[in-house]
Design a protein. Structure first.
Length: 400
C-alpha cells in the first residue's frame, strides 16, 4: 500500500554523521517514516549535503545565503544565534524567502497531505504563507517547542503568532505549561494536544550493568543563559566542602562557555569541574550511566526564554540518574518532586548544593528516585509511545 506523503519543516536537523545538535526532529521523522512517505525541509549549512536520503527520509536542505556565512540556524538555534551575532539579522529575509520558495516547489512536486512544521516562527509561519499561495493546500500541524513561544516578545510577534494559530489545523505542544501560553494566543476552536518529543529509552538511553562513579555529578545542555549553569558552578564549593571527591562533568557548548571556564579557574575548581564540550547523542549515555545525579538548573532568561520541556532529564532518567531540576512549569511534566527527583527554586546555588548533599548523603532515597524515574520516563517519553501519538494525529488529518 502506498504511503501518504507528508512534509516536515524544521530549523534543527542532523547535518552530518555524529552531529552534536539535538536529533529529536530526526528521530520523530524516522519513526513517522514507518507509516508515511516523509520529506524533510531544513536549512542548509556549510559542509552539509543539499539533498540526501537518510534511512527512509528524503532530506532537502535549502540554501539561503553565501554558503560559508550560513550561520543563522543550528549550534544553539536561531534565537540564540541572533542574540550573539547581530549580522545574522541580515540573513532573516533571505532565510524566509528561500525556505518559502523551496516549500512551494516541494508542495507542487510531492502534493503532501500534511505539513508538520516545527516551531511557530519561522517554520509554521512560512507554511501558512505557502498554503495561502496554492490551490490544493495541505493541512498544517504546528509543533511549538518553547523558545518560539516564550522567547519572542512584543506586539509584532504576538500578532504573528496569533495569525499563525488562526491558520493551522492542529497545534501540538511539548508540555502543559506551553499549552497555557498557546491558549492565551489562540482561538478556542484550535485543537491543542500536549505531545512531548521522545527519547530512545529502549536501546540507547538505558541503564548500565556497571554502577555509576561515586559522587559524580553531571550537567548536559547548551552553555547559554537560560540553562542556569552559573548557579550550578557557584554551588560546587559548598558541595566539595562536605564531599571533597565530588566532581561535576559538564557536557555542552555555547556562548557562555568561556565565562564558565573563567569562573572555574578563578575559584580553583579545575580538578572538580571538567568541561567535555559538545557530545554526539549516541555518546551521551556513557556520561549519564557513569553519573549519580544530573542537575538541570534552568532559569527564565532575561528575554523570557525558557525550557519548553527539557529532554535531558528524560535521557538521564532512562540511564538511571537521580535528577535535580528547577521549578520551571515545563519541568514539572518531566520530574515529579520527591518521587522521581527533587524540584528546587531556580537561580539558587544554595538550593542546588543542599539538594545534591541530601541525595549523596541519603543513598536509599537516591536509589528510589533512580528506579522510579526510569519507569516514569519509559511510560511517557519513549519514542515507541510518543511516535504513535503523532501518527494518530497525522492519520486523522489525512482521513478527515
Amino acid at each position: 500500500m502506498k504511503k501518504s506523503p507528508i512534509l516536515i519543516l524544521t530549523s534543527s536537523f542532523p547535518r552530518w554523521p555524529k552531529d552534536t545538535d539535538p536529533p529529536f526532529v530526526y528521530q520523530l521523522a524516522h519513526k513517522l517514516s514507518d507509516s508515511f512517505d516523509v520529506t524533510v525541509l531544513a536549512p542548509h549549512c556549510h559542509g552539509a549535503r543539499k539533498y540526501e536520503k537518510l534511512d527512509n527520509l528524503n532530506v532537502v536542505r535549502f540554501k539561503y545565503f553565501f554558503e560559508k556565512y550560513q550561520k543563522l540556524a543550528y549550534q544553539g538555534g536561531i534565537l540564540s544565534n541572533l542574540k550573539h551575532n547581530s549580522f545574522l539579522y541580515l540573513q532573516i529575509p533571505f532565510f524566509i524567502l528561500f525556505e518559502l520558495a523551496s516549500l512551494l516547489h516541494l508542495i507542487a512536486r510531492l502534493k503532501p497531505k500534511v505539513i508538520h512544521a516545527h516551531w511557530v516562527i519561522p517554520q509554521t509561519l512560512i507554511a501558512v504563507i505557502a498554503c495561502r499561495m496554492v490551490k490544493c493546500a495541505p493541512k498544517i500541524i504546528c509543533t511549538a517547542h518553547g523558545a518560539d513561544v516564550y522567547g519572542l516578545k512584543g506586539r509584532l510577534f504576538k500578532k504573528i503568532k496569533q495569525f499563525v494559530f488562526r491558520n493551522v489545523d492542529v497545534c501540538t505542544v511539548v508540555s502543559n505549561a506551553l499549552k497555557k501560553e498557546v491558549l492565551r494566543l489562540s482561538e478556542d476552536s484550535l485543537p491543542i494536544h500536549v505531545m512531548p518529543m521522545g527519547v530512545d529509552l529502549t536501546d540507547l538511553f538505558t541503564q548500565s550493568q556497571n554502577p555509576p562513579h561515586r559522587n559524580q555529578l553531571l550537567f548536559v545542555g547548551r552553555l547559554v543563559e537560560k540553562k542556569g549553569v552559573h548557579y550550578l558552578l557557584e554551588a560546587m564549593p559548598k558541595i566539595i566542602e562536605d564531599i571533597p571527591d565530588a566532581t561535576l562533568q559538564v557536557i555542552g557548548d555555547g556562548h557562555n562557555k568561556s565565562d564558565h571556564i573563567r569562573y572555574v579557574n578563578e575559584n580553583n575548581l579545575e580538578s572538580s569541574v571538567i568541561f567535555h564540550g559538545a557530545v554526539n547523542n549516541k555518546e551521551l549515555p556513557q556520561f549519564y550511566q557513569a553519573s549519580e545525579i544530573l542537575i538541570f538548573p534552568s532559569i527564565v532568561a532575561k528575554d523570557g526564554d525558557q525550557e519548553g520541556l527539557g529532554l535531558v532529564p528524560v535521557e538521564a532518567m532512562g540511564c538511571g540518574c537521580g535528577i535535580i531540576a528547577t521549578d520551571l512549569d515545563a519541568l514539572k511534566d518531566v520530574v515529579q518532586d520527591k518521587i522521581t527527583g527533587l524540584i528546587i527554586p531556580q537561580r539558587s546555588s544554595e538550593a542546588i548544593a543542599a539538594a545534591v548533599l541530601q541525595l549523596l548523603q541519603n543513598r536509599s532515597q537516591l536509589g528510589q528516585y533512580r528506579r522510579a524515574g526510569r519507569q516514569y520516563a519509559l511510560q511517557r517519553f519513549d519514542w515507541n509511545v510518543v511516535a504513535e501519538g503523532y501518527k494518530k494525529v497525522i492519520q486523522y488529518m489525512i482521513d478527515a
